[in-house]
Design a protein around this ligand. Structure first.
Ligand code: NDP
Length: 283
């Protein structure tokens, strides 16, 4: 009788206090779909345990891992190299083991960019982005590296937004300016792409963004980062004005596609991953 080979390759994530991580379901769906004998394991790691967790992943030959808050900055001290955008952002959410060398990447913004590129190339485009937190930072840096013409950061607090505007102006070729959110905000004529990178709409599909909805024009592409629920009030308002819209699931799925490519070399089928997420969040 042949003995079955139960060895599998490992990847996973280090997070704190995360339960029912949808990324696990999405990545494992991709592994199943492509017949890969790989496992994605979500490990709860407190900040004091991060160094040991990374050492453990190295020792066990993990092919890589994702990092959630609060580990995205602290992990850098335990990695060997950083990709270009991760180095600019100073944050890593995906580590890749290349023959023993652990490389830190940031797939948050790359996932957003990949889903945007399915609709429009941001090169030479004027962007308005709401928010200045971690998601906004990742998206802003990738849009700048992709050649956006200019980026206007609209945020409630100036203190939070100033470092992001400074980072974009000093470390990329794309000029950025800060607008402290006037209520309601009017999207300037000539804007090509509008992004909600705040947490407005998270857990509440009726929560509006405080904007003059009539300032959204049909030629604008409007994107939201919110996945729960993906059908946000902001996107519905944009659709009502004739805009092309992109939901937050695309960003999350493409982070998975990029992660699977880094770790396995395979181009994962996004449809299998979207189906898994839509079963969780609705589509
Ligand atoms: P942060 O907490 O770092 O930032 C939150 C941002 O939202 C800040 O700019 C904050 O403004 C703004 N904000 C929150 N509430 C309000 C409000 N009532 N009015 C105005 N502004 C508000 O969060 P992250 O950047 O990490 O995440 C933002 C969202 O992106 C989350 O909902 C997260 O789920 C989603 N996300 C989605 C991903 C995907 O793959 N689709 C990936 C990563 C994140 P202020 O600075 O003034 O407080």
């Amino acid at each position: 009788m042949a003995v079955r080979d139960f060895r599998s390759e490992l990847v996973g994530s280090f997070s704190e206090g995360s339960n029912g991580n949808p990324t696990v379901a999405m990545i494992e769906a991709a592994f199943r779909h492509h017949g890969l004998n790989w496992r994605y394991i979500n490990c709860e790691v407190p900040p004091a345990g991060l160094a040991d967790a990374v050492k453990g992943a190295r020792a066990m030959g993990w092919r890589g891992f994702n990092l959630s808050i609060p580990h995205k900055v602290a992990v850098i001290a335990h990695l060997d190299k950083l990709g270009e955008s991760a180095a600019i952002m100073g944050a890593v959410n995906c580590a890749v083991n290349r023959e023993g060398v652990l490389i830190g990447e940031n797939t948050d913004g790359k996932g957003f960019l990949k889903s945007l590129l399915e609709v429009v190339d941001p090169r030479g485009k004027s962007i308005v982005m709401f928010g200045a937190g971690g998601a906004a930072r990742a998206i802003g840096v990738e849009l700048a590296l992709a050649g956006a013409k200019d980026i206007t950061i609209v945020n409630r607090s100036a203190e939070r937004a100033q470092p992001l505007v400074k980072l974009l102006n000093e470390k990329t070729k794309t000029p950025a300016e800060l607008v402290v959110w006037p209520r309601p905000y009017r999207i300037p004529d000539g804007t090509d792409i509008v992004v909600n990178a705040t947490s407005i709409g998270l857990g509440n599909g009726n929560q509006p963004l405080d904007i003059d909805v009539t300032s959204l024009k049909p030629q604008m592409v409007v994107a939201d980062v919110i996945v729960d629920p993906p059908d946000t009030r902001f996107l519905r308002d944009a659709k009502s004005q004739g805009c092309t819209t992109i939901d937050g699931l695309g960003m999350l799925i493409n982070q998975g596609v990029i992660g699977v490519k880094y770790w396995t070399g395979i181009d994962a089928d996004p449809a299998a991953m979207r189906a898994e997420l839509e079963a969780i969040f609705g589509g």
